[in-house]
Design a protein around this ligand. Structure first.
Ligand SMILES: Cc1cc2nc3c(=O)[nH]c(=O)nc-3n(C[C@H](O)[C@H](O)[C@H](O)COP(=O)(O)OP(=O)(O)OC[C@H]3O[C@@H](n4cnc5c(N)ncnc54)[C@H](O)[C@@H]3O)c2cc1C
Length: 374
């Protein structure tokens, strides 16, 4: 083994990667956290610490979320789910609200303080498994480099390069998500996140108020459907029209920011066709696909995966077995717990056919259970 080999290289400095790097460093492992973007970096996300599980684990791992990491309003009181023409269904559950650049940067600093090294603007292009450890190819400061590690944790999000390197045969489903931020106000209360289901195609979007650089803004998150090759313009034109009708959106509002991302949709493939670890490479967070069903909450599940991966590697390094076996067994337990929160296959489609009020009740039931889950 070469002396400049890292014990663990974690790829991706989101919540999953930061938690994994922090815990590895706390175990005394020589840990490097790699991030392709300059930090802090934005991420398309509502930025809500949604359920009880997430709120508890963030506090346990990183501490109380500092006021400067929260937005104005710092909390929302829950979700209201609507369909045009029907009364909204409310789920009361207090949630801290953040921008992901601030939240994730705070978590990055937690990993650094624990002793992990952090290299930003370091794009990983591939990982190869060797007899002893792994080789990681990356581009940093305009230079191509290769580094080695005993273990690699892939925490590089839904479109993970690490996962593709290790599991080239796995071709998952994706959904396109879009985010727009407007300097404006809506007629609906800033105390809740407002979720809309449009008929007949069940297109979903969500709006909430925040401040950005001192100005009041409205954030809109809209989604396509699995494997749909949809254009941003087609989705957002329709969503903006619906916002104007349903929540008083001024179509002349100033757009201050917009982005999009691919969101992984393979929860049901997990532990049947896809097992998120092989040898000395463990895949966590969105890269693994482990998330809450339907609500798609992923900050807390990412952190939990990160801790499980770090503990598994620590045990393996101390000669107590194989990291991938430990991790797969712990991740399977988490997955089985989350699976209990998923509706039976086809259930949402059946409720949708019965009518919007049935679908709204179904969503409310799923949200209530997911947010209460500890
Ligand atoms: C519209 C929308 C709204 C959402 N709202 C919420 C919400 O309110 N609450 C919630 O809990 N979840 C929400 N989620 C889900 C949540 O955003 C994700 O589950 C969460 O970010 C997963 O964290 P992660 O650390 O696994 O991945 P990420 O946060 O995606 O972090 C991955 C990191 O890896 C980096 N990276 C990628 N490729 C490379 C590479 N090749 N080399 C180096 N670095 C790389 C990326 O730049 C990124 O920083 C939402 C998702 C969407 C799409």
């Amino acid at each position: 083994m070469t002396t400049n080999m890292w014990d663990v290289v974690v790829v991706g400095a989101g919540p999953a990667g930061s938690a994994a790097a922090k815990k590895c460093a706390e175990h005394g492992l020589k840990t490097l956290l790699l991030e392709k973007q300059k930090l802090p970096r934005h991420k398309v996300c509502t930025g809500a610490l949604m359920g009880s599980m997430t709120q508890n684990i963030v506090k346990e791992v990183f501490g109380e979320v500092p006021r400067e990491v929260l937005t104005t309003p710092p909390y929302v009181e829950g979700f209201i789910v609507y369909s045009p023409g029907y009364e909204g269904r409310k789920t009361d559950h207090r949630m801290p609200l953040t921008w992901r650049d601030d939240l994730d940067y705070w978590m990055n600093q937690g990993a650094k303080k624990a002793g992990s090294e952090l290299w930003e603007e370091s794009l990983v292009s591939g990982v190869t498994q060797e007899t002893e450890g792994c080789t990681i190819k990356l581009r940093r400061q305009g230079q191509n480099q290769e580094i080695t590690a005993r273990f690699v944790i892939g925490a590089d999000g839904g479109n993970s390069t690490v996962r593709k390197s290790i599991f080239p045969e796995f071709t998952p489903h994706y959904m396109r998500c879009f985010q727009e931020v407007y300097e404006t106000k809506l007629s609906v209360t800033p105390k809740y996140i407002h979720w809309y289901v449009l008929y007949p195609d069940r297109r979903i979007f969500e709006v909430h108020h925040k401040t950005w650089k001192g100005a009041g803004v409205v954030v809109v998150d809209a989604q396509g459907r699995p494997d749909e090759e949809v254009k941003k313009k087609d989705v957002m034109d329709r969503v903006r029209d619906a916002m104007a009708k349903e929540c008083g959106f001024d179509l002349k509002s100033k757009l201050v920011w917009s982005d999009g991302c691919l969101d992984g949709m393979w929860l049901r493939d997990l532990f049947s066709t896809f097992f998120p670890a092989k040898g000395n490479v463990l895949i966590i967070g969105d890269a693994s696909g482990i998330r809450f069903p339907v609500t798609a909450e992923g900050i807390g599940t990412g952190i939990r995966c990160g801790l499980m991966a770090a503990d598994s590697i620590n045990k393996a390094i101390h000669g107590q077995g194989k990291a991938d076996s430990y991790y797969l067994s712990d991740a399977k337990i988490l997955y089985s717990e989350l699976e209990k929160l998923a509706p039976p296959r086809g259930y949402l489609g059946e409720q949708a056919k019965k009518g919007p009020e049935f679908l709204l009740d179904a969503y409310k039931g799923i949200y209530d259970a997911a947010l209460e889950y500890k």
